[in-house]
Design a protein around this ligand. Structure first.
Ligand code: SER
Length: 322
């Protein structure tokens, strides 16, 4: 019997993976938690509680009381926001991970942990295209440094204490359920919302800045597949590269015009341009593909079709008070 704790269940990834895991393990076995209130379907569809992962004493009580066997930890300060308050972001990103690793070490019943890494672990000295699994990594953002350090800590806890931590270096994630906040790849979600709302978007990156992206259903599938793989088949216990389609704002704008011919975009690069320029344009995920049969299903065209349709529906529903 598995009991799964989700930290950050109100966020972009946490809100979607909670619903997916409830389908697999049963609603009452997936405990959604966050420091803020979660969307209604998360709150009403199974257990939801306010929980601060920084509070290690409450965390361990929660884990014991609910007989937790797996933890997914999605709470983090993303790349853009972390640059505004570097020391605080470092503290939140690192201390929260350390609390989770310690609790997994102490509580024997916890036999698996998921923690997300990111393409932000790469830096200017990493090859720009098809960034390899093992390569030079000199991240220049607080977020990237915390993710790289986190990867090393995950592997350390696996080797020293046998904590089975699994991780993925997520590309920018595109989704319509819950919007991301404070990341460098947020433009790839904002652009669709603004296209539907006002047929116009002002992008904070330059038109030709290409970054690796992935549609949320592919990211969820990759995550759950990784968590289901037999431990003996895993090739590493830090974080796997995974790849979806790479795209730049100009390409996405062009694709949106298939549906909204009058869509306009202007470019006002801000501090996030500098961050984006240190990340690779594409990722080599051949190692992840040997774990299971995972490969991404969604290309830019499918992503655009679904994003525009779903966002339109969401905006119409909320206008009608649904
Ligand atoms: N999407 C994240 C960000 O932009 C990268 O992992 O911060």
């Amino acid at each position: 019997m598995e009991n799964i704790l989700i930290i950050g269940a109100a966020g972009q990834i946490g809100s979607e993976i909670t619903l997916e895991l409830r389908k697999i393990y049963g609603d009452s076995h997936v405990f959604a938690t966050d420091i803020k209130n979660a969307p209604a379907d998360i709150r009403d569809g199974g257990p939801f509680q306010l929980l601060d992962v920084m509070d290690d004493k409450r965390l361990i009580h929660f884990v014991i009381r609910h007989k937790i066997t797996q933890i997914y930890h999605f709470a983090a300060v993303l790349s853009g926001n972390a640059e505004k308050l570097p020391v605080q972001a470092w503290k939140i990103n690192m201390d929260s991970l350390m609390n989770i690793l310690e609790v997994a070490k102490l509580v024997e019943e916890i036999h698996k942990v998921f923690w997300p890494s990111s393409i932000a672990v790469f830096g200017e000295s990493t090859p720009k295209t098809f960034a390899p699994q093992v390569t030079v990594m000199e991240p220049s953002t607080v977020y990237g440094i915390s993710k790289l350090a986190g990867e090393r800590w995950c592997e350390y806890y696996f080797k020293k204490f046998g904590v089975d931590v699994r991780s993925i270096r997520y590309p920018g994630l595109i989704s319509y359920k819950t919007e991301p906040g404070g990341g460098t790849t947020d433009w790839a979600v904002e652009i669709y919302y603004d296209a539907v709302r006002k047929e116009n978007y002002t992008c904070f990156l330059k038109e030709d800045t290409t970054l690796p992206m992935m549609f949320m259903p592919d990211a969820i599938k990759a995550t759950i597949n990784l968590m289901e793989v037999e431990r003996s088949r895993l090739k590493l216990h830090s974080a796997y590269n995974i790849a979806g389609p790479s795209m730049c704002p100009k390409e996405v704008a062009k694709d949106i015009r298939r549906h909204i011919p009058n869509f306009k975009i202007q470019y006002e690069p801000d501090f996030r341009q500098e961050i984006a320029e240190t990340w690779p344009e594409s990722i080599d995920d051949s190692l992840a593909r040997t774990n299971d049969d995972w490969k991404p299903e969604y290309d830019l065209t499918r992503i655009t079709d679904i994003m525009l349709k779903e966002i339109r529906e969401k905006i119409n529903n909320s206008a009608q008070g649904k």
